[in-house]
Design a binder for this molecule. Sequence first.
Ligand code: MSP
Length: 524
Amino acid sequence: MSKRPSYYITTAISYVNGLPHLGHAYEAISADAMARFKRLDGYNVFFLTGTDEHGQKVEKSAIEAGEDPLIFCDGNADAFRQMTHLLNISNDDFIRTTEQRHIRASQSIWNNLWDAGDIYLGKYAGWYSVRDEAYFEEAELVIDPDDPKKKIAPSGASVEWVEEPSYFFKLSSYTQPLLDYYEANPEFILPESRKNEIINFVKQGLRDLSISRTTFKWGVPVPSDEAHIMYVWLDALTNYITALGFPDKSQNINKDSEVFTMETHWPADLHIIGKDIVRFHAVYWPAFLMSAKLPVPKRIFGHGFLNVEGEKMSKSLGNVISAQDLVEEFGLDEIRYFLLREVPYGQDGSFSRESIIQRINADLANDLGNLAQRCLSFIYKNCDGAIPFPDEFNGDDKKLLESSIILLSDIRNYFEKQAFHNGLEVVWGLVSECNIYIDRQAPWGLREKNPERMKTVLYVGAEVIRRISIIIQPVMPAAGAKLLDQLGVPDKDRDFKALNSDIRIQPGAKILKPEGVFPRFVEK
Ligand code: MSP
């Protein structure tokens, strides 16, 4: 048996200063769709998510909550883990940066940077934003719209002046190597707009980066200088290699030791992150890796932000939406579909109740749900509850079957670029083609006068629904499985190999009594 190619995908790890919200859910769902797609497409996928638990921001929140930082982190990390269960996220590991394996990996990468001669001791005097956990140059700050005498970070976060002894990383030495890497790997940063921002930023020349703090304690100790803790972003970014057992190359200390190692899965194929943290991933992370003599990830994708009814989602505006509320009201696969279909991936997305209901009732209930329901119940009633045996295919049948065969390569092209919305659009193109076919062929009118032709039409309909059901699984795993159950497709025939052009649904296979998979949403 030939070895499966490997694929490594991650989300950002979330700060545990608060509870998960829809923005985190969006990121997890999109990464999950990609991970599931690759698994079905024959890859040995390692999919990582987790929590970022060190740093001033988390420490401050713990103090405000009157709790010991680790106990505080335990509670919120658990909420993020629960979110992965609620959303049916298929991650293979969940990393917490307070785990021993991560402290070991962070100190190891520090030692690598040190051995490369890229770390020196100095003093940091400048601005720091706790909310962004980022350093800012005076020139990068902007006027606070609420208080013109004050300057704030471009994100809107307040900044404080910091002066303390600090170790620095020689980021300036990596200006040219990074520019060369971007040029040689034009799809390293996507989407294109984010790539251009980063290239322009790096072209101005990079300054050395402060990578340790001394004024608080909640972090990974710097090896051989306990007065310092590591800058939270150096620690956080390292999570992506911790989970592969770094610094070990071919061993992994986690439960899946033999499968996911630095040797089998590094460099990562895709880091899915939000647009606000592209700089950390596309500048600092590759520079740290180059210094540590480790390969650089293949792609950083910076998705957009979700806004609610046209406004930014924020705790202070009181419009933070929990994924749980949406899932309870509308259903999980419905929300997964909505988020990936409605918002062009990479752009910001505004959404409202109306747009969710519209997608559920039009795309799911009306288009796909109705197609499956009418086709399968007609088969169930008129063909003894089994997939009928087809007669000769005519031109119309062949044309539709052909469209259903090329669907995989179309959707694959889009998913390879993380254009999930376009991928779903082509699937719904086929849904609509199949609905038109069934309307025109009108099998209900053929029962008496041409039952052989009726069976052929129903066979073609069932075959196209089989292909659609397999292909929607990454986005709607439960709904796809339910449709495949109804069609009587065995578990072993549900991956993308079953979409090869020579494979078709088995005539004679028993189907289940069809039940609506996508109910219409009716406002209570
Ligand atoms: N801890 C850092 C990431 C470290 S990765 C080595 C962090 N955490 S976060 O909790 O603030 O954000 C986690 C992810 O959620 C980020 O990719 C961020 O962009 C994303 N989102 C946070 N709010 C969001 C929206 N409103 N909409 C979409 N995604 C958003 O950053």
